[in-house]
Design a binder for this molecule. Structure first.
Ligand code: NAP
Length: 515
């Protein structure tokens, strides 16, 4: 066993690495190294924690191998467009782990009274960890299920979706009933069983909302906190803790269930913050400094990210959590808006690019869906070789997760100095000869500036409409995430170049080569 001072020193070193790593993540150029530094910090923290006390290493090794293999395979195989749901799922595991560690520590301290009685700090931290961790675990499962389209509204499911959906509900309900029965029938075990069955049942409902949902949310919030107070007053009763966890789980499900799938990335950032808070609380339960530090950093960065996303969409967190995004009665009719749409072929666009000196590409969700980032890099290189300056205007919420476009463009090795943030590119937009909008829609919709009744009113956009010519690449005139028409497509200086993003780019490259 290592001296506690050495262990604490290693924790400080790990914390410095986390902070420097986090700072590195702020810019695409330093992000990869930042990630490595933070991972190194975590490795140091894990190694010194394992050396700090006597452990039964066989279980730890089994856990590391099983978890590590699942994590590595999932991370390598996940598609970039499915990243939010994977992050959501992993957040949930963090919350679940916090609940289990806090619960185990409470049981050990109270039932076996091994080395110490539960202190007030430990009792409060255990309750915080149990409630926040359980909300995070079940909320994250719902977020994952909605993004992977097997929870709530979808009727037709693939076999794997059915297995997860029904399997998870069954495990939660049957597990709660088994655990409740094995502790004898009393009010607490009945509460636990009812909680588990309700969670399992709600997860099978094929609608986002049901009558009485808001009242149930408030009730479960009160019940979870009330049970938490009871756990603090009566920590010897472990069953009370698990009933509190079930109530918080029901709250987590209800809070996330009614949120639209497309708003989920914001909710996932919020749940990420919760998972950090749960970990920090668990750090207080088991007196582990590095867990407190790492949890606080995750908690703070998650809430900052949530705030950035809400600001970039010009929506409040309350509107994301409780509002519904979509067209309103004031939204103009698409046929009316699109009366003057003009379309162009690859050859026509190539001719325009031939005469251009300055081109800005604004990518959006469609670039991610069609995986057009490599093709757009080839186009940029080709134009560069003809003396055309090509830059990329990146909107903070383009795509479906923060940094979505930066990650894809970096994957295609587009030089970082060519990536311009919205505030940097907008003042230059009038000097741009051709703005190519690649699979973006809402983030270039001028109604955000002009129509105060629009659902995206006030959202900062990239002002492509101010460029001399705009070429929009998408498959149809379908709306984007906000579900509203975009008058840019019918503007006098806009040409629609219809097609799948990648295919359209490849055709355009060939046309530019031939022109
Ligand atoms: P968008 O407004 O959702 O529009 C994407 C467009 O891509 C669609 O109009 C679609 O048109 C086109 N598209 C889809 N597949 C395509 C393909 N294979 N090839 C070419 N085009 C394709 O996307 P955005 O402009 O990137 O805006 C993002 C939206 O998501 C914003 O409203 C933002 O608030 C919201 N949001 C973002 C985040 C985030 O963190 N980034 C989080 C939550 C919400 P067609 O079907 O006609 O092709």
């Amino acid at each position: 066993m290592l001296n506690i001072n050495i262990v604490n020193f290693s924790y400080i070193f790990a914390a410095v690495l986390f902070i420097v790593g986090l700072k590195g993540l702020a810019h695409p150029r330093t992000a990869v190294n930042g990630n490595r530094l933070a991972a190194l910090g975590m490795l140091i923290a894990v190694i010194f924690t394992l050396l700090s006390s006597k452990f039964e290493f066989q279980y730890i090794i089994i856990g590391v191998v099983v978890g590590g293999v699942i994590g590595a395979v999932a991370a390598m195989r996940v598609k970039m467009t499915a990243m939010p749901e994977m992050v959501g799922l992993f957040n949930g595991f963090g919350g679940g782990a916090s609940v289990l560690v806090a619960g185990a520590a409470l049981v050990a301290a109270m039932h076996h009274a091994i080395s110490h009685e539960a202190t007030t700090q430990m009792k409060i931290a255990t309750v915080a960890s149990g409630i926040i961790g359980s909300v995070t675990f079940f909320g994250s499962y719902v977020a994952f299920g909605k993004l992977a389209e097997f929870l709530a509204v979808k009727w037709k499911l693939y076999a794997w979706q059915k297995i997860i959906k029904y399997g998870f509900s069954l495990i939660v309900a049957a597990g709660a009933v088994w655990f409740g029965l094995s502790n004898g029938i009393d009010i607490l075990s009945v509460g636990l069983m009812a909680g588990g069955v309700l969670i399992g049942g709600i997860l099978l409902i094929k609608r986002d909302r049901f009558p009485g949902m808001n009242a149930l949310k408030i009730l479960m919030g009160i019940v979870a906190v009330g049970l938490g107070v009871m756990v603090i007053l009566n920590p010897g009763n472990a069953m009370l803790f698990w009933v509190m966890v079930a109530a918080a789980g029901l709250l987590g499900v209800l809070l996330t269930f009614s949120i639209g799938g497309a708003d989920m990335p914001v909710v996932i950032a919020l749940l990420n913050s919760y998972s950090g808070l749960a970990a920090a609380a668990t750090g207080f339960v088991i007196n582990n400094n590095v867990l407190i530090i790492a949890g606080s950093l995750v908690g703070a960065s998650g809430i900052i990210l949530t705030n950035i996303m809400c600001k970039a969409m010009n929506r409040s967190l309350a509107n994301v959590l409780f509002g519904v995004m979509g067209p309103t009665a004031d939204t103009p009719d698409a046929d009316e808006v699109y009366r003057t749409v003009k379309s162009a072929s690859a050859e026509e666009v190539a001719m325009m690019l031939d005469n251009a000196q300055r081109v800005v590409v604004v990518p959006g969700y469609g670039m991610a869906v069609s995986q057009a980032q490599h093709a757009v890099r080839d186009l940029a290189n080709l134009l560069n070789s003809k003396g055309v300056d090509v830059e990329f205007g990146v909107h903070p919420v383009a795509g479906r997760m923060p940094g979505h476009m930066n990650v894809l463009l970096a994957e295609a090795n587009i030089p970082y100095d060519k990536l311009k943030e919205m505030d940097e590119i907008n003042p230059m937009m009038e000097t741009v000869d051709v703005a190519i909008v690649l699979g973006a829609n809402d983030v270039v919709n001028p109604v955000a500036r002009t129509d105060p009744n629009s659902p995206i009113a006030g959202m900062p956009i990239i002002d492509v409409d101010k460029a001399k010519t705009v070429v929009v690449i998408k498959r149809s005139l379908s709306p984007g995430f906000a579900g509203i028409p975009n008058p840019l497509f019918a503007a006098e200086n806009t040409l629609m170049y219809f097609g799948d993003g990648k295919k359209a780019m490849i055709d355009l490259i060939n046309a530019v080569k031939e022109s």
